[in-house]
Design a protein around this ligand. Sequence first.
Ligand code: CMC
Length: 378
Amino acid sequence: MTEEGVTLYRGLREVYIDRTTSSFINGKEGKLYYRGYSIDDLAQNCGFEEISYLVMMGELPTASELEAFSKELKSNMGLPQEIVDLITIVKDAHPMDVLRTAISALAGFDSEVDDNSSEATLRKGTKLTAQAPTIVAAHSRIRQGLDPITPDPKLSIAANFLYMLFGTVPDPEDAKLIDKDFVLHAEHGLNASAFGARVAASTQADLHCAVTTGIAVLKGPSHGGAAESVMTMSLEIGDESKAEQYIKDTLDGGGRIMGFGHRVYKAVDPRSLHLQDDLKALGERKGEPKWYSILQKVLEAMQPYARKGICQNVDFFSGAMYFLLDIPEDLFISIFAMGRIPGWTAQVVEQFDNNILLRPRLQYVGELDRKFIQISDR
Ligand code: CMC
């Protein structure tokens, strides 16, 4: 007899596994809070350094705390030459695979790697937050046959990312958009990658293992990969006049519209609203308003689905924004990953603080007591 009378929670939908103070999503009303502060206040007033501090340390920093924290981030942006060499070896892999590999290898260069105390975990999370953009930018250049660029300590993490990618100090407006994008991605409840990171931490594996897991889980198109898919969709649509038919054909064919829907939000993802006007302004500034217009038409075509709780999510506008900033499409998910390291770190600290092995069950529905046959007789 197999296991009967078991209640299955497929996809762990609506299952609560622990308590958190890191972030809260009110999915019905489309609201998001980091450490109790509304994303609307944070996105309008704070930079990524300040948000990283808030998410990881739990409080908004004072001016002197932020200065010290920014200094710590900047002093950690460099990479050991061995990591640059490793990136060169795996340069033909997808940028997320390269990021995952490099973060994993950085464990070999951190003297605190096995220290799972909150203090050491936060120090390691700060370092990885600083190093991830350097890895992604270095990889992007190495695969083009260019030398990696040393980070400029005068620039923010976001501005440095664009600087290290393109080799010129970015337009402050462009850097501000990447900065806001990082802010909007910093933390987001028990999404699949945070869950993966927590599962790793629940076995008492260290932060490098947890972040490596988080990056691996984020890579899929159902989670971090949607921004790239939205841009692919926009390129396929090509013109706003074709958007409605494209959406109809996709849905009639049983497909999904990327950048729509969310496991928790049944209203508009508030993060998407913060990128909407920015994308419009960016398109006008770059003389390419068409991508915003196409997305507006997609939004209109998807309006009937909003009533069913399928609304635009954070990835809906971000892909076109990266595209207009000339960022290669296969780097889009890595930008999400760079922004999310503070959130993974905060949740790993929470997991360690009140640890319990995350080990759910599977209902066995196969046969039992099958007659064993020797290999020579099969
Ligand atoms: N387009 C069309 N229909 C959809 C979509 C979509 N994007 N998303 C969900 N649905 C429908 C789905 O077909 C199903 O309909 P029915 O009940 O008739 O079969 C219903 O909505 C529920 O879908 P589900 O797959 O059970 O919902 P889920 O909570 O498991 O899926 C999701 C969440 C994000 C995987 C899904 O909405 C999706 O695939 N969206 C497209 C990918 C995407 O934009 N991902 C980025 C998410 S936001 C970034 C992040 O935080 O990770």
